[in-house]
Design a protein around this ligand. Structure first.
Ligand code: AMP
Length: 213
């Protein structure tokens, strides 16, 4: 089964993709995570991608092509995968079409998580990442006492540069302009399911599983 998790930044794609990956036993492939790790490791791709990411702009399609081809050719993707954060442009969707022809990974689902902009802005500005265990948490979900609620590291929660207010606004604009049109591209190519992304995490997962079982 091939799953594309689709929706605006901050709508919960990564959270749901992680849960689905463990429930369905197929890898979660996030271009955002791959790029952040490339930036951290100062690889050639990472050095090129950083300035785009810091400003909430899309990283050029050629860089994305370079990282996603290799990743999908990994044998762990043979039985299927969950793509999170890609495709973000029509060019990337066309690129994936070409890669998919060579794979035999079953039906293609597009799961579109829906939420209004004001909810997304509130979520993103309260989002933090632990600089010890890398978990993403939201200050709205627990009583924050200074420590990471996942690994208990002290004062380790930091705000991602692209979760600053002015960058969030740009990410939403880029999403509307370049990424939202990709939905139409899949009208005939994928089984598209709209999911209410404003529900609690478990309810969103339940809803998704009901549609894809
Ligand atoms: P994400 O974690 O998916 O929100 O991605 C964080 C940032 O990485 C985005 O704001 C973009 O700058 C970059 N990025 C991630 N995936 C892509 C992609 N498929 N195409 C272009 N840029 C991407």
């Amino acid at each position: 089964m091939r799953i594309l998790i689709f929706g605006a930044p901050g709508v919960g794609k990564g959270t749901q993709a992680k849960i689905l990956s463990s429930k369905l036993g197929i890898p979660h492939i996030s271009t955002g995570d791959m790029l952040r790790s490339a930036v951290e490791n100062k690889t050639e791709f990472g050095l090129k991608a950083k300035s785009f990411m810091d400003q909430g702009e899309l990283v050029p399609d050629e860089i994305i092509a370079g990282i996603i081809k290799d990743r999908l050719n990994n044998p762990d993707s043979e039985m299927g995968f969950i793509l999170d954060g890609i495709p973000r442009t029509i060019i990337q969707a066309e690129l994936l079409d070409r890669i998919f022809i060579e794979l035999n990974a079953g039906p293609l689902y597009l799961l579109k998580l829906d939420a209004a902009d004001d909810i997304i802005i509130k979520r993103l500005s309260n989002r933090r990442q632990c600089n010890v265990c890398n978990s993403i948490v939201n200050l709205m979900d627990f009583e924050y006492k200074g420590d990471c609620p996942v690994c208990n590291a002290e004062n380790s929660l930091i705000k991602r540069r692209d979760d600053e207010e002015e960058v969030i606004a740009n990410r939403l604009k880029v999403y509307e302009e370049s990424t939202a049109p990709v939905l139409d591209y899949y009208k005939e190519k994928a089984i598209t399911v709209h999911i209410d992304g404003t529900q609690k995490i478990e309810a969103v997962t339940r809803n998704i599983l009901e549609h894809i079982k």
